[in-house]
Design a protein around this ligand. Structure first.
Ligand code: GLN
Length: 491
């Protein structure tokens, strides 16, 4: 692999501006790394010609001393973001061949900033999953392995293509989305950084909807600073998304050098979860010690309704999904299984187009929204959401940011959990609370498991206080000094 791809995004950006290399060279190296890494199945669609054209345009701008914050930098795009004229599948058979006639706001912003698109990344079908195994296009594979054991491991999910591609040095950053943990958990199990910003920071316009009140986009990158650079270009008010917030976007990169002296770090006692391997709690203690050494004050806090978060999520998310996915009926987009009458056409299209997990969610969602069950399940879950929000409000009176594990286990093997939905759902036990209440969270690689696999720590911040996450995340990153890399077994 080209040495060029081992740089961070910040180094690539600076090197491009200094004309140490061109975007054409960088992009050619990335496109061939993408092709070489097909055994990882990280990409559903590769767009090398488009990438080369975008790189040439970037080089022309750079030559004139112009260009945006990401000018000439090769990126991967989760295949949940609509890209004009380029197939967008959401990991589903029902959208196979669908070419949007418009560009999502986020990708449009990335291209305006000079980003170069390498292709569309694999994901769990409609972003439902924690392992990328529900993708119709097959699972993406984690570049990491357990020592010399060649068992294929999951890269987390649903943004598994994004995490695998960034961890394998195929691109400098990737877009991702997080409804219950799908940016932070895949980042944690691949040794990469992932941030879910505050709900409303990033426009959801043109991002295929899963659960609209929980969905939020963000980047996966190799360093905290790179996440800051990329997130800044993704954020901003968009009149096309009624939940987008009209607030100034700070210079997140500037936060990455700050100190945590005097910062109050909350450690929620309910996040010590029974059955979680000791090494996860041990790393958490290590993280606490690192931040203490760096001058932060550690305070124990309580989030008493934590145990209701996953059950509430598995009511709210399927409810919204059942409604959002009703538009896939064989008429407007993608797959159609023809029949003589309209209802049979709908039924056959949806039966053939949706996979088992998506069908399970539609069934649960339709059930909890149906007359007679609506109050018992859906309304109850919304009330739990309020209680969880109150927990965080109380905790943030005592502390400025929360430190928790990011994932309850390192990467697991393909097939190890896919027949047990409940154990799969537990992957989001640390991350899902932040989605239910809209708060920002970042996962930072912090250590290795006994089996030699990455483990991450999570920071959760106050609404719209991503800056504290970047500041604290950068301190954790320096303390952890996580330099591990997966061996390149795929080529
Ligand atoms: N794993 C969770 C789910 O399956 C969250 C997925 C996500 O954040 N998109 O719904």
């Amino acid at each position: 692999m080209s040495e060029l791809l081992k740089m961070t995004m910040a180094e690539a950006r600076d090197g491009l501006r200094a004309k140490a290399f061109s975007s054409a060279e960088l992009t050619a190296a990335a496109s061939s790394a993408v092709a070489e890494a097909r055994p990882l199945n990280a990409f559903i669609t590769e767009t090398p010609e488009q990438a080369a054209e975008m790189a040439a345009a970037s080089d022309a701008k750079l030559a004139r001393g112009e260009g945006g914050a990401l000018e000439g930098i090769p990126l991967g795009i989760k295949d949940l973001f609509c890209t004009k004229g380029v197939q967008t599948t959401a990991g589903s058979r029902i959208l196979q061949g669908f070419k949007p006639v418009y560009e999502s706001t986020i990708t449009a912003k990335l291209w305006a900033a000079g980003g170069v698109m390498l292709g569309k990344l694999n994901l769990d079908e409609f972003a439902m999953g924690s392992s990328n195994e529900t993708s119709y296009y097959g699972p993406a594979i984690n570049p990491w392995r357990r020592g010399n054991d060649d068992t294929k491991l999951v890269p987390g999910g649903s943004s598994g293509g994004s995490s695998a591609a960034v961890a394998a040095d195929l691109c400098f950053g990737a877009t991702a989305t997080d409804t219950g943990g799908s940016i932070r958990q895949p980042a944690a199990v691949t040794g990469t950084v992932g941030i879910k910003p505050t709900y409303g920071r990033c426009s959801r316009w043109g991002v295929v909807a899963f659960a609209s009140s929980l969905d939020q986009a963000g980047p996966i990158t190799r360093t905290v600073k790179d996440a800051a650079i990329m997130l800044r270009e993704m954020c901003g008010y968009d009149p096309k998304d009624s939940t987008s917030v009209d607030m100034a976007v700070p210079d997140f990169e500037a936060s990455c050098g700050g100190s945590v002296k005097g910062l109050r770090i909350g450690v929620p006692k309910e996040y010590r979860i029974e059955g979680v391997p000791e090494e996860v709690d041990h790393l958490w203690d290590q993280g606490i010690a690192w931040l203490k050494e760096a001058g932060a004050e550690i305070v124990e806090v309580s989030l008493p309704h934590t145990k209701y978060a996953l059950p509430a999520y598995y009511i709210v998310a399927p409810a919204e999904a059942s409604s959002n996915l009703s538009r896939y009926d064989g008429v407007k987009y993608g797959l159609r299984v023809d029949s003589d009458d309209l209802t049979t056409m709908y039924e056959q299209t949806r039966a053939a187009g949706f996979g088992r997990e998506v069908q399970r969610r539609i069934l649960i969602g339709t059930y909890v929204l149906s007359a007679g069950y609506y109050d018992a399940y859906y309304i109850k879950a919304q009330k739990v959401r309020t209680l969880i929000a109150n927990d965080f409000t109380a905790a943030f009176e005592k502390c400025d940011v929360l430190l928790t594990p990011a994932s309850p286990s390192p990467a697991f093997g393909i097939g190890e959990k896919s027949n047990d939905p409940i154990s799969m759902y537990l992957n989001d036990v640390y991350t899902v609370t932040a989605n239910l209440v809209g708060l920002p969270g970042i996962a930072v690689p912090a250590g290795l498991s006994k089996t030699g696999l990455p483990l991450g720590l999570q920071l959760i911040g106050r609404a719209f206080d991503e800056e504290t996450l970047f500041r604290t995340g950068a301190v954790l990153e320096r303390a952890a000094n996580f330099t591990g890399k997966p061996g390149k077994w795929w080529a």
